[in-house]
Ligand binder design. Structure first.
Ligand SMILES: [Zn+2]
Length: 304
């Protein structure tokens, strides 16, 4: 079955291997193909240390690699109707200190479809899940959100702190995604969503992507597998409807320290079909299809 993955740090990985121009094909595309991941995020991931110039360098490089490796870039909602391929996303905007409109225009020019204000850190826009600051969302962060709404770039809240989350929800008027977060009721990680946060995302018409990182699935090592990730999908679907559930695996196999971080059965993108099997134990075939890719395609077609 086709799969859409809302979050993969591939943009970051490509720049780490800047001189390997085959990296996208050799490390990523063949695994995506094997796992039938037909739609995949190329997340340009910024951990809080990058300057604006370094952020731009990664995004330039990602686009160049997509082109040089012959991958199909999905640029807008209608592309999800009749094509499969990869799409640009941004995770964290640590280098942005001013001129929100110019930055958002830069993202637009680089075909970014989804972007988050911060990674785990606190930056000039918002506080992340592990950030230390006495604010949630800043005035600059608010301006970025408004500029993104105007330019039709969708907002990802996966990494924000709880206070930033509630601040953002007061400002955002368009559907909001959490591209790679699970349910905190089932696993108490700060990166997972509380029940009321799940409900609020559902009310915006948004999407929540299930994350395959072991520590977001369960505190119990015996439960860190695809089967237990499917329980998060079930929990969220029961609360707000299956049409709001998607996948955002956050595979880390290609990072040097990536060993042992992903759920059993979900080591890398080539095993993504194991998630389909796990979902089948809790959902009808039609619902599995929705979670695996249809919800994402519908969402982009509708809101981009
Ligand atoms: Zn992340």
């Amino acid at each position: 079955m086709k799969i859409a993955d809302l979050h993969a740090d591939i943009g970051y990985d490509l720049l780490q291997h800047k001189h390997d121009h085959q990296r996208l094909t050799c490390e990523h595309l063949h695994k995506l193909e094997k796992g039938e991941v037909a739609y995949c995020s190329i997340a340009n991931y910024f951990d809080g240390s990058q300057t604006l110039e370094e952020m731009k360098e990664m995004m330039d490089h990602s686009l160049k690699m997509i082109e040089d490796n012959g991958a199909v870039l999905l640029k807008n909602g209608s592309d999800f109707k009749d094509k499969t391929g990869v799409f640009m996303t941004v995770e964290g905007m640590c280098g942005v200190k001013d001129h929100p409109e110019q930055w958002v225009q830069f993202m637009k020019d680089h075909h970014v479809l989804i972007a988050s204000l911060c990674w785990n850190e606190a930056n000039a826009l918002a506080k992340g899940a592990k950030g230390e600051a006495d604010y949630g969302l800043t005035e600059l962060g608010k301006q970025v959100i408004l500029a993104m709404e105007e330019k039709n770039i969708l907002l990802d809240v996966s990494h924000v702190s709880d206070d930033a989350f509630y601040d953002i929800m007061k400002v955002a008027t368009r559907p909001v995604l959490a591209t790679h977060s699970n349910a905190r009721a089932l696993c108490g990680a700060a990166r997972n969503l509380k029940d009321d946060q799940i409900d609020m995302i559902g009310k915006t018409g948004g999407l929540i992507g299930m994350n395959g990182y072991i520590n977001f699935i369960s505190e119990n090592p015996d439960e860190q597998d695809a089967e237990h990730l499917a329980l998060h999908a079930k929990y969220i679907a029961d609360r707000i409807g299956v049409e709001h559930v998607a996948l955002g695996f956050d595979f880390m196999d290609y990072f040097e320290d990536g060993d042992g971080k992903m759920a059993k059965g979900l080591t890398d993108a080539s095993c993504a079909q194991n998630m389909v099997e796990a979902l089948r134990h809790h959902f009808t075939e039609k619902e599995v299809e929705m979670i695996c890719y249809q919800n994402v395609c519908n969402f982009f077609e509708k809101y981009l």
